[in-house]
Design a protein around this ligand. Structure first.
Ligand code: PLP
Length: 406
């Protein structure tokens, strides 16, 4: 719906946070940035053939056969426990020793972040984020009417010393302190960068000193193609300052809408207590059976190989086509590359010409709470084939070169 055909009939009834965002484009409005013949490098979607349909069908059948009405009842059957165990085992692989009291299954990572926000945030509270960051989270924080401050990233992830300076400065002027610091430490969306071990340790020290919660969104942590795992913030934390979330959206399928939260048991209990409506226990049962049958790990192994190939193809295309002055990140995992265009090119202004040439992408400014990212853009290598990617990157290069000549 465009602004002009929006009725204003209910405006005065909407909640304050809704009223404040009425004139802003809603989350997902970027999906309308499409052109029928253009290659879409916008979507951070898994490629369709990656979905383990046969294994899911088999698991679904087994759950119904073995558990029947238990699996369909409120609370679900025993396969929900299998999923809890499966998640805890995967977390243990990354060094996280958690118990079932420290785990909450959710309807995806976004639902997990929402549970944290609902539990901790009041209107006007302060939240720190990476700039740029996942726009779904920016939009979610918008629902809570909080003040969001962004901190830049470099090749080692979030600039933790800038966070430290801001905290010191706020303490000195007795300004409000952040309640949450939201970070995507592995293969960040949108930049693909990974937060270094040293910075993780420092951030944790700051959390303990200034008493804020680190929200560790590890949506891509399972998808490392090269380099060594960096210990999760949660595994470094023995006091409880980290609340961590994961999701099966990238390793099984987004449609299963299943993820999890790991944190201090008091926090988990509060989040569980406050959340209405429950979670999708039937899907959790299917995934529990999927884990028990041993499907999870081999599927992830295949995904790693496939996404590594796609990442390599994207980097090769960028090196082959983009003009001098353009720069991009080289992620060790995940779905995204962050491209910075040559000086003087605005990625938002370039988009219509790029679409005409045959590619769409997400302009960098979408990932900032305030201004920023005008020269940058996010390209996803997760969804289209290597050949399509190459066509798309070549189109981006043509549009960029034309704009440089103007
Ligand atoms: C960093 C990050 N967190 C969370 C999500 C969403 O996860 P889910 O589909 O589990 O809600 C995404 C993906 O799109 C993401 O990039």
């Amino acid at each position: 719906m465009t602004e002009s055909d929006r009725s204003t009939l209910f405006d005065q009834l909407f909640a304050r946070t809704v009223q404040e965002t009425l004139e802003e484009p809603g989350y997902g409005s970027w999906r309308s940035i499409t052109a029928p013949d253009a290659v879409s490098l916008s979507f951070g979607f898994p490629y369709p053939e990656s979905f383990p349909e046969t294994a899911l069908l088999e698991s679904l059948g087994a759950v119904l056969e073995e558990e029947g009405s238990h699996a369909l009842q409120y609370g679900g059957g025993e396969y929900v426990d299998s999923l809890r165990e499966g998640v805890l085992e995967r977390e243990a692989v990354h060094g996280i020793e958690a118990t079932t009291d420290e785990l909450l299954l959710t309807n995806g990572a976004t639902h997990a972040i929402d549970g944290v926000a609902q539990t901790f945030l009041d209107h006007g509270d302060e939240v720190f984020v990476e700039a740029p960051t996942f726009m779904g989270t920016l939009s979610l924080f918008g629902n809570y009417g909080v003040e969001v401050t962004g901190f830049s990233l470099d090749d080692d992830g979030l600039d933790v010393s800038a966070v430290e300076t801001a905290l010191e400065e706020r303490r000195e002027r007795e300004a409000p302190m952040p309640k949450l610091v939201y970070t995507i430490p592995n293969f960040q969306n949108p930049t693909g960068t990974t937060l270094s071990r040293e910075r993780r340790e420092r951030l944790l020290e700051l959390a303990a000193e200034y008493e804020f919660i680190i929200v560790e969104d590890d949506a891509y942590g399972e998808l490392r193609f090269d380099g060594d795992d960096v210990t999760p913030l949660s595994a470094l934390d023995d006091e409880g300052w980290v609340v961590r979330m994961g999701t099966f959206s990238k390793t099984i399928a987004p449609g299963v809408r299943t993820g999890w939260l790991v944190g201090h048991e008091e926090i988990i209990e509060q989040i569980s207590h406050i959340s209405a409506g429950g979670t999708n226990t039937f899907t959790q049962s299917v995934l529990g059976r999927y884990f028990d049958a041993g499907h999870y790990e081999p599927v992830v192994e295949e995904l790693l190989e496939a996404y590594e190939g796609r990442r390599d193809a994207m980097l090769e295309s960028l090196a082959a086509h983009l003009p001098p002055g353009a720069d991009w990140t080289e992620p060790e995992g995940g779905f995204f590359v962050w491209v910075t265009l040559p000086e003087g090119i605005d990625s938002g202004e370039l988009l219509p010409e790029a679409a005409e040439e045959g590619v769409t992408y997400l302009p960098g400014s979408h990932f900032f709470a305030d201004s920023g990212g005008e020269r940058s853009l996010r390209l996803s290598f997760s969804h289209v084939t290597a050949a399509e990617m190459d066509r798309g990157v070549a189109a981006l290069a043509r549009a960029t070169e034309a704009a440089m000549d103007e």
